[in-house]
Write a protein that binds this ligand. Structure first.
Ligand code: AMP
Length: 215
């Protein structure tokens, strides 16, 4: 399976990606996670992307396309993958189609996370991440199973994303509306788009996605 999760910031893509990768043995490819890792490591890409990400704007297409292009060639992607946060522009979607076509592959499904935008700010404000592996949690909706211990890696230090503040959230939602939402008709025309109610609780959203994947 080759799946794209498409939805605004705070719609729960990362949480569902984690569940789906576990359930189906797929590789999880989050450009946001990859860029944050590059920022932490102080690589040239990370140094270039840092300020753009803090403002909530999109980093240039060629940067993320290169990152994903390299990642897709790695062995764990052969069984299939979930893309979380990529593509985010029509140019990125075209580049992805090109890369997959070269390998004789195509996407299986694109899952649209439908949200009530007014509720997103509250959702995003409660988020925190594991410092060690960047796994995402939420103060009320998605706490680690053991308080203070990361479910994924056992890390015990958590942080909030620097772009989870009111100003950057506004810019990120705006970027979604203007630059990413045009992907919905793009994938609808290809017959790949399935929508889920991303405001439902986490287990219900997972069930809806599993239903969409089986359809
Ligand atoms: P995310 O973790 O998906 O919310 O991404 C965090 C930030 O990383 C975004 O606000 C962008 O600045 C950058 N980013 C992640 N993925 C992309 C992408 N596909 N295209 C451009 N910028 C991206």
């Amino acid at each position: 399976m080759k799946i794209v999760l498409l939805g605004p910031p705070g719609s729960g893509k990362g949480t569902q990606a984690l569940r789906l990768t576990k359930a189906h043995g797929l590789a999880s490819l989050s450009t946001g996670d990859m860029l944050r890792a590059a920022v932490r490591a102080g690589t040239p890409v990370g140094r270039e992307a840092d300020a753009t990400m803090k403002r909530g704007e999109l980093v240039p297409d060629e940067v993320v396309v290169a990152i994903i292009g390299e990642r897709l060639t790695q062995a764990d992607c052969a069984r299939g993958f979930i893309l979380d946060g990529f593509p985010r522009t029509v140019a990125q979607a075209l580049a992805l189609d090109g890369m997959l076509a070269k390998a004789g592959q195509k996407l299986t499904k694109v899952i649209e996370f439908k949200v009530n935008e007014a509720a997103l700010v509250a959702r995003i404000s409660g988020r925190f991440n594991c410092v060690k592996c960047d796994a995402a949690y939420h103060e009320t909706n998605n706490r680690p199973k053991r308080d203070g211990v990361c479910d994924r890696c056992g890390g015990t230090t958590f942080t909030r994303r620097p772009d989870d503040n009111a100003q950057a959230i506004k810019v990120r939602l705006d970027a979604y509306r203007k630059q990413t939402a045009p992907l919905l008709p793009y994938y609808r025309k290809k017959g790949l788009l399935m929508a889920v109610d991303a405001m439902a609780d986490i287990d219900k959203v997972t069930k809806e996605i599993e239903g969409a994947l089986a359809a």
